[in-house]
Write a protein that binds this ligand. Structure first.
Ligand SMILES: *[C@@H]1O[C@H](CO)[C@@H](O)[C@H](O)[C@H]1NC(C)=O
Ligand SMILES: *[C@@H]1O[C@H](CO)[C@@H](O)[C@H](O)[C@H]1NC(C)=O
Ligand SMILES: *[C@@H]1O[C@H](CO)[C@@H](O)[C@H](O)[C@H]1NC(C)=O
Ligand SMILES: *[C@@H]1O[C@H](CO)[C@@H](O)[C@H](O)[C@H]1NC(C)=O
Length: 386
């Protein structure tokens, strides 16, 4: 209605007008409230995709497969209407998988581009630190082979592992970053047979049984950089008496303490191993091998030194000098055998060392894991001090 016409309308219509006016005001108010609320929502959850990823990753326990597939399936705006192309690319998937991971060190290696996948891919949500990420890499590697899916590693995992290893062959999503990816068409469970769809393994969904048959090839990719190998040999030489011309049997002893002691109790309802376990494990090796040197590798070197430092064949690496996580794992590899308490870091150290592994029978050790090398579980009862 034109305003000039409106002003000429006599009194009778005035009531009607004020009614209209009120309902207009009401609509205006609604619009304002709506705008305010949606701005608020936008501020809190800037990107609906990230919001979904964030909500999922904030779950305190690793979510079950169904929950993640629902999370992915309900991702909004699957397709843009304009060009009828999926809205998301593999670069978005990469971001989703690496959300909640700290920034990996910069990596300047050139990325070989690959053609866009024509069949399903297999990947995993990144979670945890070194040992867990090695399991994530191994799980992707093995399931790719087993299911005939194209394997891709989240960039954050590969870049972190490349700090240590120089022969990682699986590509990252950078190789296909621009290619479209349909979240709707991926699943988070490994089905039996129908492997057409892409699989995104949930966090901490390690495929022990699937990976063990391929372990030899996987370990070839976990090849330490030369600097780390050299450093490990140098450390072994520095620890031992200079005058000695004897040949040693090196046994890495991985002692995980600090945060893990509470975790073992909470997560597995188990007692942490005791100093008694390590004494027994050392005795086991002394009986069987010549001239043992026990190289303690730990997040709590002070405890190790206080417990075992006065024993003549014990050497506590990182007690006198700080060593990085990478140096520690390379040192485990350089040794001939292992004693491990728990955790995936020690587990990988023992795989890399080869030889024998001694662990405690009070700890959860995956059946499949023990297929690699020679494992001995010893009894850790009659405890002394924890
Ligand atoms: C990595 O590179 C980017 C871009 O060149 C830079 O912004 C960032 O600060 C670098 N990060 C580290 C940890 O060096
Ligand atoms: C996407 O997922 C929804 C809900 O599961 C389903 O109804 C729809 O058919 C799917 N779309 C495509 C293109 O697969
Ligand atoms: C090492 O020290 C502990 C006490 O801290 C003692 O019981 C043990 O006998 C010592 N062992 C040797 C070989 O000196
Ligand atoms: C034991 O480890 C040392 C140090 O890495 C190595 O030089 C030696 O060859 C290994 N011994 C055996 C029997 O593998």
């Amino acid at each position: 209605m034109d305003s000039s016409v409106k002003s000429l309308i006599p009194d009778k219509a005035s009531k009607e007008r004020s009614k209209q006016c009120c309902s207009k005001n009401f609509i205006f108010l609604l619009v304002v409230v709506f705008c305010f609320l949606s701005t608020l929502v936008y501020i809190v959850f800037p990107d609906p995709f990230e919001f979904k990823a964030g909500a999922f990753l904030l779950q305190s326990t690793p979510p079950d497969a169904i929950r993640i597939s629902e999370t992915l399936k309900t991702s909004p705006t699957q397709h843009s209407t304009i060009e009828n192309r999926p809205k998301y690319t593999f670069a978005d998937l990469d971001k989703f998988l690496c959300a909640k991971q700290s920034e990996p060190p910069n990596n300047t290696r050139t990325v070989l581009k690959k053609p866009c996948p024509t069949r399903g891919i297999i990947t995993a949500i990144a979670g945890g630190r070194t040992g867990n990420q090695m399991w994530e890499y191994a799980s992707i590697w093995a399931l790719g082979k087993k299911l005939g899916l194209e394997p891709f590693v989240p960039t954050c995992i590969k870049w972190k592992l490349e700090v240590m290893f120089d022969n990682l062959l699986l590509p990252t999503f950078r190789a296909i970053a621009h290619c479209p990816f349909d979240f709707n068409s991926s699943v988070s469970t490994v089905g039996n047979g129908n492997n057409e769809k892409s699989i995104i393994l949930p966090r901490f969904n390690f495929r022990f049984s699937d990976a063990m048959p391929w372990m030899e090839q996987i370990l070839k990719e976990f090849n330490f950089r030369k600097e780390l190998k050299d450093k490990a040999q140098q450390t072994l030489h520095e620890l031992l008496p200079k005058s000695s011309t004897l040949k040693y049997t090196f046994i890495a002893v991985h002692v995980r303490r600090t945060d893990y002691i509470k975790y073992v109790q909470r997560r597995f309802n188990q007692r942490p191993v005791t100093d008694n376990f390590f004494r027994k494990a050392m005795a086991y090796y002394r009986e069987r091998f010549f001239n043992c040197a026990f190289i303690y590798i730990s997040d709590d070197p002070n405890w190790c030194f206080n417990q075992f430092g006065n024993i003549t064949d014990v050497y506590v690496a990182s007690y006198h000098r700080y060593s990085s996580m990478e140096e520690d794992l390379a040192l485990m590899e350089a040794c001939n055998h292992s004693i491990i308490d728990y955790g995936t870091f020690g587990e990988w150290g023992s795989f890399l060392a080869g030889g024998h592994t001694v662990a405690s029978n009070t700890q959860v050790i995956n059946e499949a894991t023990r297929k690699w090398g020679h494992w001995t579980l010893i009894d850790d009862v009659n405890t002394l001090t924890i």
